[in-house]
Structures are given as structure tokens and as C-alpha cells.
Design a protein around this ligand. Structure first.
Ligand code: AMP
Length: 282
């Protein structure tokens, strides 16, 4: 595995690979890698000649009171995980002052309208602009043909797909299923913040979602009833949102008479967690 620490070296490597006819696959991450990240690498590995993973804690997508400064890090473990997943190039960059990703005077922002107004976009102003700006630049820097994103971040995947479609970016976007721990908790780098008690309360997120899916599969079509049932199971300090939405438009649905997505964001102590699940009517 080749490690590069600046965008120029990354692009030079990618240009050489493309000149040889290589198809390049790309997985962007913020590091502290777990089995969810590795599943994205495994999803792409058989489909591409060269697999690139980036590790960059992107300051643009963090709000002023969020966890940028204390975001968990594990550079050695991350490199080992990438090596065993068959990664060809690890692009790893510091996010602080002197970080090499954004050029001096960088002043461009990529913003997707509409889809970003609700859900995580409503509670994290500017977050998705930070995501689409970094992803657009990373897709260009890595010259990738295909990039893979996790369904764990359902809204992010929808927003990235929309950006790529709207701007006719020459890249294919693949989604990969959400990976859970044995106890059902959606794997997340932020789970590192949870102590034993917080972790057991965090399990209420997926319990609520599975209970909602079960009600729907048994024939309940009343959205209010299903949301109330889910909300009653959440053992958290603050619910940011719990919604049943159209899987593509992310608009709230009125009646559960077609496939939907249940999405939740909630705080356990200071830690904000998200989860989501397919909800199919019975
Ligand atoms: P992050 O490092 O949190 O920015 O995530 C990098 C990529 O990994 C994103 O596309 C996430 O959606 C994906 N990802 C994170 N956690 C999971 C998970 N539990 N299952 C599947 N994909 C995940």
C-alpha cells in the first residue's frame, strides 16, 4: 500500500494509474476505521483495479460547537485496516492549520439545495455544504471512476448522489448497507465517546427503528402511531428528529402504504448519534 499525504501526489498517482487504463475506486472517510468503513472497501475492491481510501477530518463539515478538536484518531490502526482490505493508496491528511488539503485562499463552496434543508441539515447548519465541498474536491483529486458511501449516512448519500447528477460529475456513486455491531448499534467512530451506560441507552435507537418497521410490516399504516411507538422506546437525552420519509426525496410520508425510510438522530449525553432503517408496509 502506498501512502500519500497531499492532494498533488494523489492526483499524480491517479493520473499514472488512469494512463495504464486502471479503473479507480474511492472510499472517503474521517478515519478511526471500523467494520462499516471496511465494508465499503470490500464492496469496491472486486470492481476496480485501484482502490483509494482517504482519511481527512474535514473542518468544513463541523459546526463551531461540534467535536472537530476531539474527533477520535487511530492512524496506525487505520493503516493496518486499509492494508488488509487491499487498499492501493491511502490518502491521509491533517485537518488543522497547515493541513494540506485545501489550497491557500480556497474560497469555493458546493451546496445542494432542498435535500439539505431538513433532518441533519436543519440541526447542523452548513454541515452538508462542508460535505459536498470536500467530496467534490476529493472526487476530483482522486480521479475516481466510482466512489462508495455508507447507507449509515442516508441523507448524505442522497445529497452526494444529487450533487453528482446535477453537476454531471463523471463518477458512479455506490451505496453500501449499514453495518451494525453484534448488539445492533450502528457502527460509528463516535461510538468511542460512549461509556457503558451511554452505550446501553444508545441501543434504544435501533430498537425504536426495528419496532417501527415491525409495526409497518404487520399492517399499521398510520404514520403518527408508528412514530409515537418509536419515540416511546427512545432512551436518550434529546431527540433531534425521528421521521418516516420517502427514501429518495427525504420528504415526510403521510401514510405508510409504500416503502419508506425511518431516520433518527438523538443525543446520548453530548454524543449525537444517527441511525436509519428500511420500513416496508405489510
Ligand atoms: P465517516 O468516517 O463517518 O465520515 O464515514 C465514512 C464513510 O463510511 C461514509 O460513507 C459512511 O456512511 C460510511 N460508514 C460509516 N459508518 C458506517 C456503518 N456503520 N455502515 C456502513 N457504512 C458506514
Amino acid at each position: 500500500m502506498h501512502t500519500v499525504t497531499d492532494p498533488g501526489s494523489m492526483s499524480a498517482w491517479a493520473d499514472a494509474a488512469r494512463a495504464r487504463g486502471a479503473r479507480i475506486g474511492f472510499v472517503p472517510t474521517m478515519g478511526f476505521l471500523h467494520a462499516g468503513h471496511v465494508s465499503l472497501m470490500e464492496r469496491l475492491r472486486p470492481e476496480v483495479d485501484a482502490l483509494v481510501v482517504s482519511i481527512f477530518v474535514n473542518p468544513l463539515q463541523f459546526g463551531p460547537n461540534e467535536d472537530l478538536a476531539r474527533y477520535p484518531r487511530n492512524p496506525e490502526g487505520d493503516a493496518r485496516a486499509c492494508e488488509s482490505a487491499g487498499v492501493d493508496v491511502l490518502l491521509t491528511m491533517e485537518s488543522g492549520a497547515g493541513g494540506a488539503f485545501y489550497p491557500p485562499g480556497f474560497s469555493t463552496s458546493v451546496a445542494v439545495g432542498g435535500l439539505t434543508d431538513r433532518l441533519c441539515g436543519a440541526s447542523r447548519p452548513g454541515h452538508f455544504d462542508g460535505v459536498t465541498t470536500v467530496v467534490a474536491r476529493l472526487l476530483n483529486v482522486t480521479r475516481c471512476d466510482v466512489a462508495c458511501f455508507g447507507e449509515k449516512d442516508w441523507q448524505q448519500l442522497a445529497v452526494v448522489r444529487r450533487m453528482v447528477r446535477d453537476l454531471a460529475m463523471p463518477v458512479e456513486i455506490l451505496g453500501a448497507p449499514l453495518v451494525r455491531d453484534a448488539d445492533g448499534l450502528a457502527l460509528s467512530s463516535r461510538n468511542a465517546y460512549l461509556d457503558v451506560d451511554a452505550r446501553s441507552r444508545a441501543l434504544s435507537l435501533h430498537r425504536a427503528l426495528f419496532a417501527m418497521a415491525s409495526l409497518a410490516s404487520h399492517g399499521t399504516t398510520d404514520v403518527g402511531h408508528v412514530l409515537d411507538a418509536g419515540r416511546s422506546l427512545l432512551d436518550v437525552d434529546r431527540v433531534d428528529y425521528l421521521e418516516l420519509v420517502d427514501p429518495d426525496s427525504l420528504e415526510p410520508i403521510e401514510v405508510l402504504d409504500r416503502p419508506a425510510r425511518a431516520l433518527v438522530a438523538a443525543f446520548v449525553g453530548p454524543t449525537r448519534l444517527i441511525d436509519n432503517l428500511a420500513v416496508e408496509p405489510g
